[in-house]
Ligand binder design. Structure first.
Ligand code: NAD
Length: 502
C-alpha cells in the first residue's frame, strides 16, 4: 500500500513511501502490527531503567552527540525531507536547525527545571521538610504528523528523553523514512546505550492506535483534531495521560498603526510557506479599514511572484498528502460562494499536487475557508473597524493555537486579549523558534505544551515527599492522640493566620 491509502491493522503488511511531487517510490517498510508494537514498547521499558538512571549531565551528553550526528548527516537528511515531504531543501535544513535548537535547550535545561526542590511546609507543618522531586513517567509513545516531520515530533521526543523517559515513535505514514532516519541517528551517535531508548514503529493510523493500547505511560500526539479526539478516547480506557498538539486556524491582526509592508511580507510567507501546511500558519487576517487597501495590494504584489515547484530551490513544494488538495479546493469554492472575492488566484490555482497562492477577501466568517483549518497556501483577509472587532473575530474560532499582531504601539496589549496558546508581535511564528517558550493551544488546538520548562514537566511525574524532622509535643495533628488542648490552640491560631484580611 502507498501512504495515500489507509489500511486497518493486519490487512496490509507493507507501507510504501512516495515522493509527493513526482509519485516516485522511495522505499517500502514493514508495517508493525499489535505484537510488534508491544515488543517495541517492552524494549523501551527495559531501556528505561538504564536511561532513567543516568544523571542529567550524562543524558545531556548523549542528546548533544545525537545533535552532532544529525549535523554531520544534515545533507542526507535534508535531501530525504525534500524527497519524502516535498519541501524545498533550504526549508528542510531550517527545520533541522530548529529541531537542533530544541534538542540543545532540553538537554541543557532539564536539570535546572527538574532537579529536586525544597518547598515551604507552612505554619502548621513547620516540623516537616517538604521535597518536590520529578521522575520520568517511563515510556512515552509519540505519534507524529508529516508537515514538519522532525521538528514537530521532536518537540515531544527531545523533551521526553531529556526528562529521562524512553520513546517509541510512530512517524506519519507520509514521513516514515524521515522518522526512521531521525531515530537511527540517535542510536548511531550512542552505540553504548541499550537498544530501545528511542525506537520507531511504522505504519498507518492503526499502528498508532496499537501504540495507544500498548501500555505506554504517556501519549504525545501531534496531528489533526479529529485523530486527537480518537486518541484521547482510546487512552481514557487506561487513564493514559495525553498531550495533544492539534490543528489551528491562526489569525493575524493588522492594526491601524502597523508597518504595512512588514505585515504583508509576514502574512505572505506565513500563509504559503510549506504549502500552507503549518499548524500555526497564517490562515485568517483581520486588517484595520484605514490601511486595508494598501495591505491587500502589498500581499498580492508579493505573492504574485511566489510559485510552488518540485525543485530544491522552489518557494514551496507540493501538497504532501493528496487528500488535502480536495479540502483546499473545497474551501476556495466555499469562500467564493459565501461573499468572498479572490484578489489573487482562485479555483484554477489548484494544479495537481501544486497549489499556487490564493488570497480571498471578505469571505463570510462562517464559510469553511474562515472557520475550518485549510492547511493550504491560501489566506482570507477581512477588513475590520478597529482592534476590538479584530480581537472579537480572532477569538471566535473553535481553535486557539498561534496568532500574530502587527502594531507599532499596542502589540503586547492586543496580544494579551487573544484566547490562544502563542502570539508573535510584529512577526509570525517566532514563538515556535524560541526554545524556552512553551508551544501548544486551547480548544480544538489541543491539550498540554511542548517546548520550554512546561515541555519538560509534561514528561515528568511530580513526586512529593514530606519528611517529619521532629515532633512537636502536643501538636500531633495526624493522629488519634490529638488532644483537646491542641484543638483549642488551633482554634486560636487559625483566625490569626487566615482571618485578618479586610
Ligand atoms: P493525522 O491526524 O491524520 O495523523 C497524525 C498521526 O496520527 C499519523 O501518524 C497517523 O498515522 C496517526 N493516526 C491516525 N489515526 C490514528 C488513530 N486512530 N490512533 C492513533 N494514531 C492515529 O494528522 P496529519 O494529517 O498527519 O497532520 C496534519 C495535522 O496536524 C493538521 O491538523 C495540523 O494542524 C496538525 N499539526 C499540529 C501541530 C501542533 O503542534 N499543534 C503541529 C503539526 C501539525
Amino acid at each position: 500500500m502507498t501512504a495515500t491509502e489507509t489500511a486497518p491493522l493486519g490487512q496490509a503488511d507493507t507501507l510504501t513511501s512516495v515522493n509527493p511531487a513526482t509519485g516516485e517510490t522511495l522505499a517500502t517498510y514493514q508495517i508493525d502490527d499489535e505484537t510488534a508494537v508491544r515488543v517495541a514498547v517492552a524494549k523501551a521499558r527495559a531501556a528505561a531503567a538504564t536511561w532513567g538512571a543516568l544523571t542529567y549531565a550524562e543524558r545531556k551528553k548523549h542528546l548533544l552527540r545525537w545533535g552532532s550526528k544529525l549535523v554531520a548527516k544534515s545533507d542526507e537528511l535534508s535531501e530525504l525531507i525534500h524527497a519524502e515531504n516535498g519541501k524545498p531543501l533550504d526549508d528542510a535544513f531550517l527545520e533541522l536547525m530548529l529541531a537542533l535548537e530544541h534538542i540543545k535547550w532540553a538537554a541543557a535545561n532539564a536539570e535546572k527545571v527538574l532537579k529536586p526542590k525544597k518547598v515551604a511546609p507552612g505554619a502548621f507543618m513547620a516540623n516537616f521538610a517538604a521535597h518536590l522531586e520529578y521522575r520520568p513517567v517511563g515510556v512515552v509513545g509519540v505519534i507524529g504528523p508529516w508537515n514538519y516531520p522532525i521538528y514537530t515530533p521532536n518537540g515531544s521526543i527531545a523533551y521526553a528523553l531529556a526528562a529521562g523517559n524512553t520513546v517509541v515513535f510512530k512517524p506519519s505514514e507520509f514521513s516514515t523514512g524521515i522518522g526512521n532516519f531521525f531515530a537511527a541517528a540517535f542510536a548511531e551517535a550512542n552505540p553504548e546505550l541499550p537498544d530501545g531508548v528511542f525506537v520507531t514503529i511504522n505504519g498507518f493510523g492503526a499502528t498508532g492506535a496499537a501504540l495507544v493500547q500498548a501500555g505506554v505511560d504517556k501519549i504525545a500526539f501531534t496531528g489533526s483534531t479529529a485523530t486527537g479526539k480518537k486518541i484521547m478516547a482510546a487512552a481514557a480506557e487506561r487513564l493514559t495521560p495525553v498531550l495533544l498538539e492539534c490543528g489551528g486556524k491562526d489569525a493575524v491582526i493588522v492594526a491601524a498603526d502597523a508597518d504595512i509592508k512588514a505585515a504583508a511580507d509576514a502574512v505572505a510567507w506565513g500563509a504559503t510557506s510549506n504549502s500552507g501546511q503549518t499548524c500555526a500558519g497564517v490562515e485568517r487576517v483581520y486588517v484595520d479599514k484605514s490601511i486595508a487597501d494598501q495591505f491587500v495590494t502589498e500581499v498580492k504584489r508579493i505573492l504574485t511572484d511566489i510559485k510552488p515547484g518540485s525543485g530544491a530551490k522552489a518557494s514551496y513544494g507540493p501538497m504532501t498528502m493528496p487528500s488535502q488538495i480536495d479540502i483546499v479546493r473545497r474551501h476556495i469554492d466555499d469562500a467564493l460562494k459565501n461573499g468572498g472575492t479572490a484578489v489573487l488566484g482562485g479555483p484554477e490555482s489548484v494544479k495537481g499536487p501544486f497549489i499556487e497562492p490564493v488570497v480571498i477577501v471578505d469571505a463570510d466568517e462562517s464559510s469553511d475557508a474562515v472557520a475550518e483549518e485549510t492547511f493550504g497556501p491560501t489566506v482570507t483577509i477581512r477588513t475590520v473597524n478597529g482592534v476590538d472587532e479584530a480581537v472579537e473575530l480572532a477569538n471566535k474560532s473553535k481553535y486557539g493555537l498561534g496568532s500574530a499582531v502587527y502594531s507599532k504601539k499596542q502589540g503586547m496589549e492586543i496580544a494579551r486579549r487573544l484566547h490562544v496558546g502563542c502570539t508573535s508581535v510584529n512577526s509570525v511564528l517566532s514563538y515556535a523558534a524560541i526554545s524556552g517558550l512553551p508551544f501548544g493551544g486551547v480548544g480544538d488546538s489541543g491539550i498540554g505544551r511542548i517546548h520550554g520548562a512546561p515541555g519538560l514537566l509534561e514528561f515528568s511525574r511530580p513526586h512529593s515527599i514530606a519528611v517529619q524532622r521532629f515532633t512537636i509535643p502536643g501538636m500531633a495533628l495526624l493522629s488519634y492522640s490529638r488532644t483537646d488542648r491542641t484543638m483549642g490552640l488551633l482554634r486560636k491560631l487559625v483566625p490569626l493566620i487566615h482571618g485578618r484580611a479586610k
